[in-house]
Write a protein that binds this ligand. Structure first.
Ligand code: NAP
Length: 281
C-alpha cells in the first residue's frame, strides 16, 4: 500500500485546527504549524520543516499579511511537485502575489477560500470556492472533500478571492441590518423571539439570520467568525470597489461600525457583537 499523502496545515485558529483534525481522522499524515505554539503531536515549531515531505500545503491564516510572512519564510524549502492551497480570505493582490511566488518555484497553486463557520468546519461541511486550473483541483479534490460538503470551481486564480469578498460583504451588511432591526423592534415592545420567528417566515430570513438573531438577543458573542476578521474582509471589499471606481456606502458604514467595536475591545468576539452598539451592558 502506498503511504497516505501528507498535508502541511498552516494556521490553527478556529478553522485550521478543525480541518487539521478532520484530515488526521481521515488518515492523512498531517504536519501543522501555528505562529503561537499549540500543544499538538503533529505540530512543528519551524514553518519550513513543516512543509518537508508534504504533497499539499494548506493555509488557514488570518489575512494577506500573515500569508505573505509565512510563505516568505518557507519559500526556499518548497519543491516544484508540491501543491499550494490558500484558504484564508485575503485581498486580491495577496492572492496574485502568492500565485506568482508559486510560479517562480514551479509549484501548482489554488485560490481556495471557503464559506461555512466554526460548526461547519467541525462537521466537515465547509464549501470551498476555487480559482485555478481544474486539473490542479482534480489532484486535491479528495483532500478538500474531507472538510467540505461542496467544492465550487469558479474560474481562474483570483475569481474565488473576489467572490469570497463579495459574499462576506453580504454577511457583514446583513448582520448590521439584523442588529438595527432587532434594536428598533425591541424598543417598540416586540420580543426578540417574536421578531426572530417573524423573520424566519420572511423573504429576508436566512441561515445567517437564524444563527445571529438569537445570539444577539442573548448577548452571546461566542466566536464563530471574529469581528476583526470580518472587518478586514469589509476593507478588502472597499479596496475592490475603489479599484473599480464604485461607491459602496453600505459596506463602508458597516466597516466603520466594526472598527468602532474593535476599538472598544471586541475584536475577538463574534461579528454579531455589532449589536453591542444597541444593547445596554
Ligand atoms: N471562522 C469563520 O467562520 C471563517 C469563515 C470563512 C472564512 N474564514 C477565513 O479563514 C481564515 C481563518 O479564519 P479563522 O476563523 O480560523 O481565523 P482565526 O481563528 O482568527 O485564526 C487566524 C490564524 O492566523 C494566524 N495568524 C494571524 N496573523 C499571523 C501572522 N502575522 N503570521 C502568522 N500567522 C498569523 C493565527 O495565529 P495565532 O494563533 O498565532 O494568532 C491563527 O492561526 C481567515 O482568513 C478568515 O477570514 C473564516
Amino acid at each position: 500500500m502506498s503511504p497516505s499523502p501528507t498535508i502541511a496545515v498552516y494556521g490553527l485558529g478556529i478553522i485550521g485546527s478543525r480541518c487539521a483534525d478532520l484530515l488526521s481522522e481521515a488518515d492523512y499524515t498531517v504536519r501543522t504549524w501555528n505562529r503561537t505554539a499549540k500543544p499538538r503531536d503533529d505540530s512543528f515549531s519551524d514553518p519550513g520543516t513543516t512543509a518537508s515531505g508534504a504533497q499539499f500545503l494548506s493555509f488557514y491564516l488570518k489575512d494577506g499579511i500573515a500569508l505573505r510572512e509565512v510563505f516568505t519564510a518557507i519559500k526556499t524549502q518548497l519543491q516544484p511537485e508540491q501543491i499550494v492551497m490558500n484558504h484564508s480570505t485575503v485581498d486580491l493582490e495577496s492572492t496574485e502575489w502568492l500565485a506568482s511566488q508559486c510560479a517562480e518555484i514551479g509549484c501548482r497553486f489554488l485560490d481556495a477560500p471557503f464559506t461555512g463557520s466554526r460548526e461547519a468546519a467541525a462537521q466537515g461541511a465547509l464549501v470551498y470556492y476555487v480559482g485555478g486550473e481544474v486539473s490542479v483541483l482534480d489532484h486535491v479534490r479528495s483532500v478538500l472533500e474531507v472538510s467540505s460538503k461542496e467544492i465550487k470551481h469558479l474560474g481562474p486564480v483570483g475569481s474565488a478571492t473576489v467572490v469570497k469578498i463579495g459574499t462576506n460583504l453580504i454577511s457583514a451588511s446583513t448582520v448590521q441590518a439584523l442588529a438595527e432591526a432587532l434594536a428598533i423592534t425591541k424598543a417598540h415592545g416586540i420580543t426578540p423571539e417574536t421578531f426572530t420567528d417573524a423573520v424566519a417566515s420572511n423573504a429576508s430570513g436566512s441561515v445567517l439570520a437564524s444563527m445571529k438573531l438569537p445570539a444577539m438577543a442573548a448577548g452571546n458573542y461566542d466566536t464563530h467568525f471574529s469581528m476583526e476578521n470580518m472587518l478586514k474582509d469589509s476593507q478588502f471589499a472597499l479596496q475592490l470597489a475603489s479599484k473599480a471606481g464604485l461607491d459602496t456606502p453600505g459596506i463602508r458604514t458597516t466597516s466603520e461600525a466594526m472598527t468602532e467595536q474593535c476599538k472598544k475591545g471586541n475584536a475577538h468576539l463574534d461579528f454579531s457583537a455589532l449589536f453591542k452598539a444597541y444593547s445596554v451592558e
